[in-house]
Design a protein around this ligand. Structure first.
Ligand code: FAD
Length: 437
């Protein structure tokens, strides 16, 4: 894997592989700290709306983070659907948990929604616009070799870009290249996890009464079904299904499919939303859990899906990835980092700070999928009781609300002073160190 090291390399502080939302947010934060950042992506981004739209729900915490980066001007600009209320049900079973944005008032006064539903294309466009002039982007580029370096030796990435062979050298290499991360594989970092033997069926749908800013999570034994309110009044739907069922449902005639979808959501949900009036194209993808065995080693860090790919049931993958970016930038805003941003002690600190959050969120997501997948006699009654108990226990709902809205994330970033945009002093110090000021 290690080739002869090139003499004529372009020098950077960080080389980030992957210009998805997580890699791009991290690049902006590094550049805000005064670092010289290179970003490599294999594919030119597409900001066009696809059918079905690639939609994600972000927490209030993630929105604050993106606002701090200047990548989220206002909710209208980025066409965000607001989740003001969440209904959690098990169709055909008693018990209901609801969470409302007004319940968060005691935790944080200015929270206006529990979550924000955005199209990936809008978010990426906004992040990439902010990156212009701040970072050096190599896209589209093909990676021909990666040497992730070690404590003594900088990392080196060789690419083919615009018909030329280019060598980049950096103190830190970041893998932000998604679930099948080449950076992770080339570094020999293994993963743990499993294939759920489930597919996610994704589509958009409009309902007769609209959504009234409510998100629905319908837990079914065969897999969860989520309905997320989009800015234009439609729902974005993610439905986890066994492979044969997913294939059957994705190809059946629309009217029949709409009735099946209504039945799966349950009468409690459809009474509120009204019947399904129309749907867009349907798309299926496999669901898996993949967690990297190491998040970092000297000169190398993994962020976003390269570090962890979760079941989309709790809508937490991107939120978790943005927290990786915030924490890595926090670690790299210390005095020591300015002299060597890939130093072993910093990478160790990053890995330790992320382990607990990733374990907690992946554990929570797994418990949800497992709890509602049990079909043993009596299991439905136990779940009904659990939902009712949760609804009646303010302390448990407070915990869920903090998680859903990402309020802990905001508090942690504020405590550590890493809310982007508030790093002016660090940025100036870093530029002085390099003799630029
Ligand atoms: C159906 C579905 C619904 C979801 N809903 C939610 C939700 O509601 N909320 C939420 O928080 N999360 C959600 N997620 C998870 C979320 O989409 C991901 O966690 C997030 O997109 C990961 O971002 P990333 O930047 O780490 O990776 P990616 O978005 O995968 O970006 C990786 C980038 O790396 C580039 N790349 C890959 N390989 C190479 C290479 N060899 N060389 C150069 N570049 C390369 C790619 O071109 C891409 O630009 C959902 C996921 C799915 C599938």
């Amino acid at each position: 894997m290690t080739q002869k090291r090139s003499q004529s390399a372009l020098e950077f502080d960080q080389i980030i592989v992957g210009a998805g939302a997580v890699g791009s947010a991290l690049a902006l934060q590094f550049s805000g700290l005064g670092y010289r950042v290179a970003v490599i992506d294999a594919r030119p981004p597409s900001y066009q709306s696809s059918d079905p739209e690639r939609v994600i729900a972000l927490s209030y915490g993630s929105r604050c983070y993106l606002k701090g980066l200047g990548a989220w001007q206002d909710d209208e600009d980025i066409a965000a659907g607001l989740i003001r209320r969440v209904h959690v049900t098990e169709p055909g079973n008693a018990g209901l948990v609801t969470m409302d944005v007004t319940d968060t008032k005691e935790m944080a006064e200015d929270v206006d929604a529990l979550g924000y539903v955005v199209e990936m294309g809008h978010l990426l466009k906004s992040l990439h616009e902010r990156m212009q002039g701040q970072v050096t982007l190599f896209c589209p580029a093909l990676i021909t070799n990666i040497d992730s370096g070690d404590a003594e030796k900088k990392a080196e990435v060789q690419i083919s870009h615009a018909g030329k062979h280019v060598v980049l050298r950096g103190s830190l290499l970041v893998g932000a290249d998604g679930t099948n991360s080449q950076v992770r594989r080339r570094a020999g970092i293994g993963t743990k996890g499993w294939d759920y033997n489930r597919f996610g069926l994704v589509l958009s749908a409009s309902c007769k009464h609209g959504h009234d800013n409510v998100a629905y999570e319908c837990f079914r034994e065969s897999g969860p079904l989520a309905l997320l309110p989009m800015a234009d009044g439609r729902f974005s739907i993610v439905w986890a299904l066994a492979p044969t069922e997913a294939m059957r449902l994705s190809t059946m005639p629309e009217p029949l499919f709409m009735r099946k979808l209504e039945k799966a959501a349950g009468s409690d949900v459809i009474d509120r939303t009204g019947s399904i009036a129309g749907i867009g194209k349907r798309f299926c993808f496999p669901l898996e859990l993949t967690i990297a065995e190491q998040y970092a080693r000297p000169r190398l860090a993994l962020v976003g899906n390269a570090a962890h790919t979760l079941h989309p049931v709790a809508g937490q993958g991107m939120n978790l990835g943005l927290r990786d970016a915030a924490v890595l930038a926090e670690v790299l805003s210390t005095e020591l980092a300015f002299s060597d941003p890939g130093a072993p002690i910093l990478m160790q600190a990053y890995a330790e700070k992320r382990r607990l959050d990733v374990m907690a969120v992946s554990g929570f997501t797994e418990s949800l999928t497992n709890l509602f997948g049990i079909s043993l006699p009596g299991a439905r009654q136990v779940r009904s009781l659990a939902l009712d108990t949760m609804q009646k226990m303010p302390s448990v709902r407070t915990l869920l609300l903090r998680q859903a809205a990402g309020i802990g994330q905001i508090e942690s970033m504020a405590t550590h002073g890493v809310i982007p945009g508030k790093n002016g002093k660090k940025q100036a110090e870093n530029r002085v160190r390099r003799g630029e000021l």
